[in-house]
Design a protein around this ligand. Sequence first.
Ligand SMILES: Nc1ncnc2c1ncn2[C@@H]1O[C@H](COP(=O)(O)OP(=O)(O)OP(=O)(O)O)[C@@H](O)[C@H]1O
Length: 299
Amino acid sequence: MISVENLTKRYGPHAAVDDVSFTCSPGTVTGFLGPNGAGKSTTMRMICGLTSPTSGSATVDGVPYRRLPNPGRRIGVLLDASAQHAGRTGRETLALAARTMGVDPARVPATLDRVGLNAAAAKRRVGAYSLGMRQRLGLAHALLGDPRILILDEPANGLDPEGIFWMRGLLRDFADRGGTVLLSSHLLREVEAVADRLVVIGGGRVVAQGGRDELLAGAGTLVRARDPHALRAALASAGLDAASSTDGGLLVHAEAGAVGQAAADAGVALLELRPAGSGGLEQLFLTLTADQSTRKAVR
Ligand SMILES: Nc1ncnc2c1ncn2[C@@H]1O[C@H](COP(=O)(O)OP(=O)(O)OP(=O)(O)O)[C@@H](O)[C@H]1O
């Protein structure tokens, strides 16, 4: 179990992470989503004890990461695949990690094999690895101590389509065996395919969280009219709140029927009317993170 409570990180006046709370339970994959600069990596670094929070706390199985006696045996972490020592071979990298964690070195070949790095690749220096191979090695490092929890920041970065498909299976299997996964990714279709739960962050704050299906179902209604001003006025006079969506329509927190009725009552012709979640996670993400505070964070 990963537990994040009111976590905040300020750099000067700027809040990179602002009062973020969520939990990740055994048996689930949690997708951690947000635009560039939203605060995902900073949150993950705080969970792993690499960045100190300004306030709030994060625990792994009830204990702050820094107080875990041998963290690699409890929690596998992949935050930056390019941080590996370029002069060591893949096998040496894992052998050293095995020694540090007190893991049987005999596990090294099997773990390399598990992530799809064959004997020839294992003998090559990491400096000659592609980004996808480094991601695989980073994942091998995370899995080596046989942890029950994985924290992975953009693990699919650099993987080819086959590699992405393979990773999806690996993470799903890990969670189905009772493991806990927290996964950040820009590949929304991949997250949609593997995650049970979602935490969406924008401008350092959680803008939505919950079960994937529940979030997609409850995303509101997307509506578009030839005359957007008249539509806004019609919705306002019906007491319905509307926010601009990134693709020029309006997102309304109401059922499609109520939105259509408000437009009809005001004589506004619609071009589009549909549940916002029907566009999948990509549409939901764009809608949730379209707000100004998020855009500011990206600058
Ligand atoms: N060491 C630091 N000093 C100052 N500001 C920082 C530092 N680390 C992160 N930030 C700022 O905190 C904010 C959140 O950054 P973070 O890397 O956590 O975002 P992210 O969601 O992981 O983005 P990306 O998807 O681009 O990796 C950004 O505005 C970033 O510039």
